[in-house]
Design a binder for this molecule. Structure first.
Ligand code: LIP
Length: 275
């Protein structure tokens, strides 16, 4: 099998388990949920998050036993977040858990694969909206088979920028994020917030927003969607302009380098302990 055939097999496997996992989300979506909290009262986890992650983990360990696995909920339970050169599946089982709890349909199953620490495959499935976003390095970005491309606006002030409040309730962090949001609103056509990092990245990839910036998220939020944006013709970098570091807990993506630079230059760049 060529390397290309191998990554195609990986993509097809990820699509299959994403769709299977979507059934668990659909079955629970309208039901009462048992909610627990993690880093703050606003950082939620449900039994569905854990059930989906267990299903995906078992699927990949059975199909590709030599592969590694980083999952949001296993890390939350103390598992080390270790990114090596081995093929590594990076999973957010329910991205947008707060949306899920509040019965807002923008809920994603996000599955990324890195090889040699480089993003190679990404699948983001929204089971409540039946939208399957797929990407493979060098082969483009798609939603339900339709090719995606970013919207190349002229500049930041002709752009919509996606931002998130996040689940960190530290008052200094909130103050700095809100000041960043004030600067973005002042210099753009406005902001949007979908409550899911993975879906925010899909929105940029499909040309429905020209940029997305977030500080304090995690590797599992972006491992699939950052590749989707790049394969749709956009860029995904560190907010200070350097290369994207998947474990740095921050991301800036944009449809053009010009917009990314304009955004980077006005922001206060928060830093967090790496994943
Ligand atoms: C969410 C991210 C979102 C962020 C939230 C939360 P979760 O992930 O997708 O971008 O702002 O704080 O981290 O916790 O729903 O999987």
């Amino acid at each position: 099998m060529s390397a290309d055939d191998v990554t195609e097999e990986y993509l097809n496997a990820a699509i299959s388990i994403a769709r299977q996992s979507g059934v668990l989300v659909q079955e629970a979506f309208h039901k009462e949920k048992l909610i627990e909290t993690k880093q703050s009262f606003a950082d939620l986890v449900t039994q569905t998050d854990e059930a989906v992650e267990n299903l995906i983990h078992s699927f990949f360990m059975d199909k590709f036993p030599e592969h590694k696995f980083i999952g949001e909920e296993t890390v939350a339970k103390g598992e080390k977040c270790e990114l090596t050169d081995a093929p590594t599946w990076i999973i957010d089982p329910v991205d947008g858990t707060t949306n899920f709890v509040h019965r807002i349909p923008e809920v994603c199953i996000s599955i990324g694969l890195t090889i040699n620490k480089e993003m190679e495959v990404g699948v983001i499935y929204l089971p409540m909206l039946d939208r399957m976003y797929t990407t493979r390095k060098g082969h483009g970005a798609f939603c339900n088979g339709e090719k995606l491309s970013v919207q190349k606006a002229e500049s930041l002030n002709t752009s919509i920028v996606i931002v998130e409040s996040g689940s960190d309730r530290n008052q200094d962090v909130i103050k700095r994020k809100m000041e960043n949001t004030r600067k973005i609103v002042t210099n753009s056509r406005g902001i949007r917030s979908y409550g899911s990092a993975a879906f925010n990245l899909c929105r940029v990839a499909e040309g429905c927003a020209e940029a997305y910036i977030e500080y304090s998220l995690h590797i599992w939020d972006i491992a699939a969607g950052a590749l989707l944006v790049r394969e749709a013709g956009g860029i995904a970098i560190d907010p200070e302009g350097g290369d994207l570091d998947l474990r740095s807990r921050r991301i800036l993506c944009a449809s053009t380098e010009k917009i990314a630079l304009e955004l980077s230059q006005i922001l206060d760049h928060l830093q967090f302990e790496r994943d």
